[in-house]
Write a protein that binds this ligand. Structure first.
Ligand code: DOR
Ligand code: ZN
Ligand code: ZN
Length: 354
Protein backbone atom coordinates (compact mmCIF):
# COMPACT_ATOMS: atom_id res chain seq x y z
CA UNK A 1 0.00 0.00 0.00
CA UNK A 2 1.58 3.25 -1.16
CA UNK A 3 -0.08 6.32 0.20
CA UNK A 4 2.11 9.25 -0.82
CA UNK A 5 4.47 9.89 -3.73
CA UNK A 6 7.09 12.61 -3.47
CA UNK A 7 10.05 13.72 -5.59
CA UNK A 8 13.53 12.65 -4.46
CA UNK A 9 14.45 14.84 -1.50
CA UNK A 10 17.54 17.03 -1.44
CA UNK A 11 19.44 17.45 1.84
CA UNK A 12 21.62 20.55 1.57
CA UNK A 13 23.29 19.92 4.96
CA UNK A 14 24.89 16.49 5.56
CA UNK A 15 28.12 15.52 7.35
CA UNK A 16 29.61 12.50 5.59
CA UNK A 17 32.90 12.52 7.57
CA UNK A 18 35.40 11.68 4.78
CA UNK A 19 38.29 12.21 5.13
CA UNK A 20 39.25 11.55 8.74
CA UNK A 21 35.98 10.53 10.40
CA UNK A 22 35.24 7.27 8.58
CA UNK A 23 34.48 5.49 11.87
CA UNK A 24 31.43 7.80 12.22
CA UNK A 25 30.21 7.69 8.60
CA UNK A 26 31.48 7.30 5.05
CA UNK A 27 29.99 7.92 1.64
CA UNK A 28 28.64 4.36 1.33
CA UNK A 29 26.86 4.36 4.71
CA UNK A 30 25.79 8.01 4.68
CA UNK A 31 24.22 7.74 1.24
CA UNK A 32 22.52 4.44 2.21
CA UNK A 33 21.00 6.32 5.16
CA UNK A 34 19.97 9.07 2.76
CA UNK A 35 18.12 6.66 0.45
CA UNK A 36 16.42 4.96 3.39
CA UNK A 37 15.13 8.40 4.33
CA UNK A 38 13.90 9.28 0.84
CA UNK A 39 16.85 11.59 0.17
CA UNK A 40 18.36 11.14 -3.30
CA UNK A 41 20.81 14.06 -3.29
CA UNK A 42 23.02 15.33 -0.47
CA UNK A 43 25.44 18.21 -0.07
CA UNK A 44 28.38 17.20 2.14
CA UNK A 45 29.89 19.58 4.69
CA UNK A 46 33.63 20.50 4.74
CA UNK A 47 34.42 20.17 8.50
CA UNK A 48 36.31 16.92 7.90
CA UNK A 49 39.84 16.11 9.04
CA UNK A 50 41.65 17.64 7.22
CA UNK A 51 38.89 20.08 6.30
CA UNK A 52 37.92 20.71 2.69
CA UNK A 53 39.89 23.97 2.41
CA UNK A 54 42.64 22.78 0.03
CA UNK A 55 42.64 21.21 -3.44
CA UNK A 56 44.26 18.05 -2.00
CA UNK A 57 41.63 17.48 0.71
CA UNK A 58 38.87 18.24 -1.78
CA UNK A 59 40.32 15.72 -4.23
CA UNK A 60 40.53 13.01 -1.53
CA UNK A 61 36.87 13.56 -0.63
CA UNK A 62 35.75 13.68 -4.26
CA UNK A 63 37.57 10.43 -5.12
CA UNK A 64 35.92 8.66 -2.17
CA UNK A 65 32.53 10.14 -3.06
CA UNK A 66 32.81 8.98 -6.68
CA UNK A 67 33.81 5.48 -5.57
CA UNK A 68 31.34 4.94 -2.71
CA UNK A 69 28.19 7.04 -3.08
CA UNK A 70 24.80 5.38 -3.62
CA UNK A 71 22.92 8.66 -4.18
CA UNK A 72 23.98 11.94 -5.79
CA UNK A 73 26.53 13.96 -3.84
CA UNK A 74 27.94 17.47 -4.00
CA UNK A 75 30.52 18.93 -1.64
CA UNK A 76 30.98 22.25 0.10
CA UNK A 77 34.39 23.89 0.26
CA UNK A 78 35.32 25.32 3.66
CA UNK A 79 36.59 28.81 4.47
CA UNK A 80 39.58 29.35 6.76
CA UNK A 81 41.98 32.26 7.29
CA UNK A 82 45.07 30.19 6.52
CA UNK A 83 43.74 28.72 3.25
CA UNK A 84 41.53 31.52 1.92
CA UNK A 85 44.03 32.19 -0.92
CA UNK A 86 43.12 28.72 -2.26
CA UNK A 87 39.40 29.47 -2.64
CA UNK A 88 39.60 30.21 -6.39
CA UNK A 89 41.32 26.83 -6.90
CA UNK A 90 38.86 24.70 -4.94
CA UNK A 91 35.78 26.51 -6.23
CA UNK A 92 35.78 24.46 -9.42
CA UNK A 93 35.10 21.23 -7.48
CA UNK A 94 32.62 22.57 -4.93
CA UNK A 95 28.88 23.20 -5.11
CA UNK A 96 29.01 25.99 -2.50
CA UNK A 97 31.20 27.58 0.19
CA UNK A 98 30.61 27.08 3.92
CA UNK A 99 31.73 29.69 6.43
CA UNK A 100 31.59 28.84 10.14
CA UNK A 101 31.15 32.01 12.21
CA UNK A 102 30.60 30.15 15.51
CA UNK A 103 32.26 27.27 17.33
CA UNK A 104 31.09 23.77 16.51
CA UNK A 105 32.57 20.32 15.80
CA UNK A 106 36.03 20.58 14.22
CA UNK A 107 38.36 23.54 13.90
CA UNK A 108 36.87 25.33 10.88
CA UNK A 109 36.01 28.87 11.94
CA UNK A 110 36.35 32.36 10.51
CA UNK A 111 36.36 35.30 12.87
CA UNK A 112 38.25 38.03 11.03
CA UNK A 113 36.91 40.50 8.52
CA UNK A 114 39.78 40.18 5.99
CA UNK A 115 39.00 36.46 5.53
CA UNK A 116 35.28 37.18 5.19
CA UNK A 117 36.08 39.87 2.61
CA UNK A 118 38.32 37.41 0.71
CA UNK A 119 35.46 34.89 0.64
CA UNK A 120 32.96 37.41 -0.70
CA UNK A 121 35.44 38.84 -3.22
CA UNK A 122 36.96 35.65 -4.62
CA UNK A 123 34.28 32.96 -4.35
CA UNK A 124 32.54 32.75 -7.78
CA UNK A 125 29.38 34.85 -7.79
CA UNK A 126 27.27 32.11 -9.34
CA UNK A 127 27.98 29.79 -6.38
CA UNK A 128 26.30 30.05 -3.03
CA UNK A 129 27.87 31.08 0.27
CA UNK A 130 26.33 29.27 3.27
CA UNK A 131 26.97 30.20 6.89
CA UNK A 132 26.85 28.59 10.29
CA UNK A 133 25.82 31.80 12.06
CA UNK A 134 24.19 32.03 15.49
CA UNK A 135 22.78 34.97 17.43
CA UNK A 136 24.51 38.23 16.38
CA UNK A 137 26.53 36.38 13.72
CA UNK A 138 23.31 36.32 11.67
CA UNK A 139 23.56 40.12 11.59
CA UNK A 140 27.15 39.79 10.31
CA UNK A 141 25.93 37.52 7.49
CA UNK A 142 23.10 39.87 6.58
CA UNK A 143 25.55 42.79 6.58
CA UNK A 144 27.87 40.94 4.20
CA UNK A 145 24.95 39.98 1.90
CA UNK A 146 24.03 43.69 1.75
CA UNK A 147 27.58 45.03 1.40
CA UNK A 148 28.52 42.64 -1.39
CA UNK A 149 25.02 42.38 -2.86
CA UNK A 150 25.28 38.62 -2.97
CA UNK A 151 23.24 35.69 -1.73
CA UNK A 152 23.91 34.28 1.76
CA UNK A 153 22.23 31.07 2.92
CA UNK A 154 21.90 30.58 6.69
CA UNK A 155 22.22 27.01 7.97
CA UNK A 156 20.07 25.49 10.76
CA UNK A 157 18.44 28.65 12.13
CA UNK A 158 17.20 27.85 15.65
CA UNK A 159 16.26 30.98 17.61
CA UNK A 160 13.40 33.51 17.47
CA UNK A 161 15.84 36.47 17.34
CA UNK A 162 17.56 34.90 14.30
CA UNK A 163 14.50 34.00 12.23
CA UNK A 164 12.96 37.42 12.96
CA UNK A 165 16.15 39.17 11.79
CA UNK A 166 16.14 37.11 8.59
CA UNK A 167 12.45 37.97 8.05
CA UNK A 168 13.34 41.69 8.33
CA UNK A 169 16.24 41.28 5.88
CA UNK A 170 13.91 39.56 3.42
CA UNK A 171 11.33 42.35 3.83
CA UNK A 172 14.08 44.79 2.81
CA UNK A 173 14.74 42.69 -0.29
CA UNK A 174 18.16 41.45 0.79
CA UNK A 175 19.36 38.25 -0.89
CA UNK A 176 19.21 35.84 2.05
CA UNK A 177 17.71 32.37 2.51
CA UNK A 178 17.68 29.94 5.42
CA UNK A 179 17.11 26.37 6.50
CA UNK A 180 15.80 24.80 9.70
CA UNK A 181 16.30 21.23 10.96
CA UNK A 182 13.67 18.73 12.13
CA UNK A 183 15.38 18.53 15.54
CA UNK A 184 15.07 22.28 16.11
CA UNK A 185 11.41 22.10 15.06
CA UNK A 186 10.53 19.06 17.17
CA UNK A 187 12.76 19.17 20.27
CA UNK A 188 13.52 21.86 22.82
CA UNK A 189 15.74 22.51 25.79
CA UNK A 190 13.63 20.18 27.98
CA UNK A 191 14.73 17.29 25.72
CA UNK A 192 18.33 18.30 26.33
CA UNK A 193 17.70 18.30 30.09
CA UNK A 194 16.21 14.80 29.79
CA UNK A 195 18.67 13.27 27.29
CA UNK A 196 21.90 15.20 27.88
CA UNK A 197 24.65 14.58 25.31
CA UNK A 198 22.26 12.56 23.11
CA UNK A 199 20.39 15.78 22.42
CA UNK A 200 23.44 18.05 22.25
CA UNK A 201 24.17 19.73 18.94
CA UNK A 202 25.13 23.13 17.52
CA UNK A 203 23.07 25.21 17.52
CA UNK A 204 21.82 23.86 20.87
CA UNK A 205 18.10 23.09 21.21
CA UNK A 206 15.99 26.21 21.70
CA UNK A 207 13.41 27.30 24.24
CA UNK A 208 9.73 26.52 23.56
CA UNK A 209 9.43 30.15 22.35
CA UNK A 210 12.28 29.63 19.84
CA UNK A 211 10.56 26.48 18.57
CA UNK A 212 7.26 28.38 18.26
CA UNK A 213 9.02 31.06 16.20
CA UNK A 214 10.37 28.50 13.72
CA UNK A 215 6.85 27.13 13.23
CA UNK A 216 5.43 30.66 12.85
CA UNK A 217 7.90 31.27 10.01
CA UNK A 218 7.78 27.80 8.40
CA UNK A 219 5.28 28.86 5.75
CA UNK A 220 7.04 32.15 4.97
CA UNK A 221 10.62 33.03 5.99
CA UNK A 222 12.03 29.48 6.05
CA UNK A 223 13.26 28.26 2.66
CA UNK A 224 14.47 24.71 3.33
CA UNK A 225 14.32 21.91 5.86
CA UNK A 226 17.78 20.31 6.06
CA UNK A 227 18.91 17.49 8.32
CA UNK A 228 22.33 18.62 9.64
CA UNK A 229 22.95 14.85 9.73
CA UNK A 230 25.97 14.88 12.09
CA UNK A 231 26.72 11.30 13.15
CA UNK A 232 29.02 10.53 16.08
CA UNK A 233 29.47 7.07 17.63
CA UNK A 234 27.79 6.11 20.91
CA UNK A 235 31.25 5.64 22.45
CA UNK A 236 32.17 9.22 21.51
CA UNK A 237 28.93 10.53 22.98
CA UNK A 238 29.64 8.67 26.24
CA UNK A 239 33.23 9.95 26.42
CA UNK A 240 34.56 12.75 28.61
CA UNK A 241 34.47 15.12 25.62
CA UNK A 242 31.25 14.29 23.77
CA UNK A 243 31.08 15.93 20.32
CA UNK A 244 27.91 17.85 19.37
CA UNK A 245 25.64 16.51 16.64
CA UNK A 246 22.90 13.98 15.87
CA UNK A 247 21.98 11.86 12.85
CA UNK A 248 19.03 13.02 10.76
CA UNK A 249 18.87 11.58 7.25
CA UNK A 250 16.62 8.62 8.07
CA UNK A 251 14.16 10.46 10.27
CA UNK A 252 13.62 13.85 8.57
CA UNK A 253 10.89 12.83 6.12
CA UNK A 254 8.87 10.60 8.49
CA UNK A 255 8.98 13.40 11.08
CA UNK A 256 7.93 16.11 8.62
CA UNK A 257 5.13 13.96 7.21
CA UNK A 258 3.94 13.30 10.76
CA UNK A 259 3.68 17.09 11.13
CA UNK A 260 1.59 17.06 7.92
CA UNK A 261 -0.67 14.36 9.40
CA UNK A 262 -1.04 16.61 12.46
CA UNK A 263 -2.02 19.47 10.11
CA UNK A 264 0.94 21.62 11.15
CA UNK A 265 1.90 22.20 7.50
CA UNK A 266 0.88 20.94 4.06
CA UNK A 267 2.39 18.15 1.97
CA UNK A 268 3.03 20.68 -0.81
CA UNK A 269 5.02 22.82 1.61
CA UNK A 270 7.14 19.82 2.67
CA UNK A 271 7.97 19.24 -1.01
CA UNK A 272 8.91 22.90 -1.44
CA UNK A 273 11.10 22.86 1.69
CA UNK A 274 12.86 19.55 0.97
CA UNK A 275 13.03 19.45 -2.84
CA UNK A 276 11.96 22.48 -4.89
CA UNK A 277 13.62 25.25 -2.86
CA UNK A 278 16.90 23.39 -2.22
CA UNK A 279 17.21 22.70 -5.95
CA UNK A 280 16.50 26.31 -6.92
CA UNK A 281 18.63 27.95 -4.22
CA UNK A 282 21.70 25.74 -4.80
CA UNK A 283 21.15 25.49 -8.57
CA UNK A 284 21.15 21.68 -8.50
CA UNK A 285 20.41 19.36 -11.43
CA UNK A 286 17.11 17.57 -11.93
CA UNK A 287 16.99 13.82 -11.30
CA UNK A 288 14.71 12.33 -13.97
CA UNK A 289 12.44 9.34 -13.16
CA UNK A 290 13.09 9.76 -9.44
CA UNK A 291 10.49 9.42 -6.71
CA UNK A 292 9.87 8.43 -3.11
CA UNK A 293 6.96 6.26 -1.99
CA UNK A 294 5.78 6.72 1.58
CA UNK A 295 3.36 4.37 3.33
CA UNK A 296 1.02 5.94 5.85
CA UNK A 297 0.97 3.43 8.68
CA UNK A 298 2.00 4.39 12.22
CA UNK A 299 5.55 3.25 12.90
CA UNK A 300 8.05 3.67 15.73
CA UNK A 301 11.52 5.05 14.94
CA UNK A 302 14.18 2.52 15.96
CA UNK A 303 17.96 2.59 16.25
CA UNK A 304 18.22 -1.01 15.03
CA UNK A 305 17.05 -0.32 11.47
CA UNK A 306 19.44 2.57 10.81
CA UNK A 307 21.94 2.56 7.95
CA UNK A 308 24.02 5.40 9.38
CA UNK A 309 27.21 4.01 10.92
CA UNK A 310 26.48 5.76 14.21
CA UNK A 311 23.45 3.52 14.82
CA UNK A 312 21.46 5.83 17.06
CA UNK A 313 18.99 8.69 16.75
CA UNK A 314 17.58 11.05 19.37
CA UNK A 315 14.13 10.23 17.92
CA UNK A 316 14.27 6.50 18.78
CA UNK A 317 10.97 5.45 20.35
CA UNK A 318 9.01 8.26 18.68
CA UNK A 319 5.84 7.31 16.86
CA UNK A 320 5.64 8.65 13.28
CA UNK A 321 2.87 8.60 10.68
CA UNK A 322 4.57 6.16 8.31
CA UNK A 323 7.75 5.03 6.60
CA UNK A 324 9.60 5.28 3.30
CA UNK A 325 8.59 2.11 1.44
CA UNK A 326 10.41 2.59 -1.88
CA UNK A 327 12.83 4.98 -3.57
CA UNK A 328 13.38 5.08 -7.32
CA UNK A 329 16.43 6.96 -8.60
CA UNK A 330 16.74 7.50 -12.38
CA UNK A 331 14.31 4.67 -13.06
CA UNK A 332 15.99 2.11 -10.76
CA UNK A 333 14.65 0.94 -7.40
CA UNK A 334 17.42 1.85 -4.96
CA UNK A 335 15.59 1.23 -1.68
CA UNK A 336 12.64 -0.97 -0.84
CA UNK A 337 11.19 -2.12 2.49
CA UNK A 338 14.36 -1.90 4.53
CA UNK A 339 16.83 -2.91 1.83
CA UNK A 340 19.21 -0.52 0.07
CA UNK A 341 19.99 -2.02 -3.34
CA UNK A 342 21.99 0.85 -4.86
CA UNK A 343 25.65 -0.12 -5.17
CA UNK A 344 28.48 2.12 -3.95
CA UNK A 345 29.56 4.25 -6.90
CA UNK A 346 26.13 4.29 -8.55
CA UNK A 347 25.42 7.82 -7.27
CA UNK A 348 26.50 10.76 -9.40
CA UNK A 349 28.80 13.57 -8.38
CA UNK A 350 26.89 16.79 -8.89
CA UNK A 351 28.58 18.62 -11.74
CA UNK A 352 30.20 21.88 -10.71
CA UNK A 353 30.98 24.64 -13.15
CA UNK A 354 34.11 26.68 -12.43
O1 DOR B 1 25.98 19.72 16.13
C1 DOR B 1 26.69 19.93 15.17
N1 DOR B 1 27.49 18.96 14.69
N2 DOR B 1 26.69 21.14 14.61
C2 DOR B 1 27.58 21.47 13.65
O2 DOR B 1 27.55 22.60 13.20
C3 DOR B 1 28.60 20.51 13.21
C4 DOR B 1 28.15 19.14 13.45
C5 DOR B 1 29.20 18.08 13.28
O3 DOR B 1 29.96 18.16 12.30
O4 DOR B 1 29.24 17.15 14.09
ZN1 ZN C 1 26.58 24.10 11.53
ZN1 ZN D 1 26.27 20.91 10.14
Amino acid sequence: MTDLILPGLIDVHTHLRVPGGEHKEDFATGTAAALAGGVTMVLGMPNTNPPLTTPQAMQTALDAARRDSRCDVGLYAGASSADSYLLPQIAANAVALKIYLNDTFGKLRVDDVPTLAACFETWPRHKLIAMHAEKQSVAVGIGLAAAYDRHVHFCHISRREEIELIAKAKERGLPVTCEVTPHHLLMDVSDYERMGVWADMRPVLGTPDDVAALWEHLNSTVDCVATDHAPHTSAEKRSATPPPGVAGLETALPLMLTAVAEEKLSLDRVIELMHTNPRRIFNLPEQPDTRVEFTLQPTTIRNETMFSKCGWTPFAGREVAGYVSRVILRGTTVYENGIVSAEPGSGHLIPTSS
